[in-house]
Write a protein that binds this ligand. Sequence first.
Ligand code: NDP
Ligand code: X2W
Length: 349
Amino acid sequence: MSNKLRAAIIGSTGYGGVELIRLLLAHPNVEITSVISSSSAGAPIAEGFPHLNQIMVDALDGIDVEQMKQKADVVFLATPHGVASTLAPQLIDAGLKVVDLSGDFRLNSGEVYEQWYKHKPADPAYVEKAVYGLSEVFADEVKDAEFISNPGCFPTATLLGLIPLVKAGWADLSSIIIDSKSGVSGAGRGLSLTSHYSEINENFLAYKVNKHQHTPEIEQVLGRVAGEDVVVTFTTHLVPMTRGILSTMYVNLKEKHTEEEIIELYKQYYEGRRFVRIRPQGNWPATKHVWGSNYCDIGFSLDARTGRLTVISVIDNMVKGAAGQAIQNLNLMMGWEETTGLTFSPVYP
Ligand SMILES: NC(=O)C1=CN([C@@H]2O[C@H](COP(=O)(O)OP(=O)(O)OC[C@H]3O[C@@H](n4cnc5c(N)ncnc54)[C@H](OP(=O)(O)O)[C@@H]3O)[C@@H](O)[C@H]2O)C=CC1
Ligand SMILES: CC(=O)N[C@@H](CCC(=O)OP(=O)(O)O)C(=O)O
């Protein structure tokens, strides 16, 4: 019998689930023992996903907590919002480690969750158990966790781009504007009018303006880092590409700093953290620079005329924004080297 950690994946026919399978197949310490589907239990995996036909389990399992308890040590939930809120507590009570990729346990307040997600909130006792897995920032808490709430894709890019500045007290907290763009895989595999080819091809649009569910997540974490309430303006856009998020953030500085000082601040904050790469002056990241990888690349421009700093941060939404960060958190939880199974380079061109 193998002594690898046994992993189950729920939501496995969605983009997040399929990306977890791809990455876990290359993880030296993990064996996928159950691939779970609410809609296609019993179907052969290779039928829907020919690119995964080397996977060791043959058929999709259904959602059965007792079976998961027998088959797995850790369960990844890659399900739509509103599913993990009832499923994760059952898995935790069964003694399983849980990593939830949805938004169900990210927000401290049930009222705020309901307002932005339009779903019934999870039991607060379990929300309290969940550790917010922004790996580079909260690694110390992740290390002791049994239950991870994986950050949203936009918040991952945005928070990694803002936190060093906010933590240092250099940002005018009333001035933060975030302008984010995502590839279409961010919307999941389900069909929708906005993501079908003739609607999004050769098109570029803003959506959920001032109403995006990631706004309170960004504000909650910035507020926690700053030690005071923070509100932001956050606008999301859909770009006709498959993967990638680029967040452009505009911040007024409280006092004068040079670009060199800002770059040094970020380098020090992320020292030793392999997945955050800080760009030199005049060098800005593009989504292709991180495509298919767990990296977050961050670049800067300080406008001497306005005193305003522009921060540009990119990730692959499927990897650092979802499955990659989930595995990074598992590595930390298990006491393994943080980068285990994630050291692959971006795909280019
Ligand atoms: N796409 C992205 O870039 C990111 C996604 N996320 C989050 O990860 C989660 C999954 O996203 P994504 O993979 O894109 O979504 P998809 O829509 O592609 O996949 C979700 C999967 O969940 C399963 N599912 C649907 N309804 C239910 C249900 N009622 N009970 C159990 N399972 C259900 C389905 O699989 P099946 O029919 O096989 O059960 C479905 O394929 C979401 O919460 C999303 O917000 C987070 C960060 C980034
Ligand atoms: C392009 C697109 O539609 N993106 C989705 C991101 C959803 C997602 O992945 O949500 P979580 O990160 O919160 O789980 C959106 O804007 O709602």
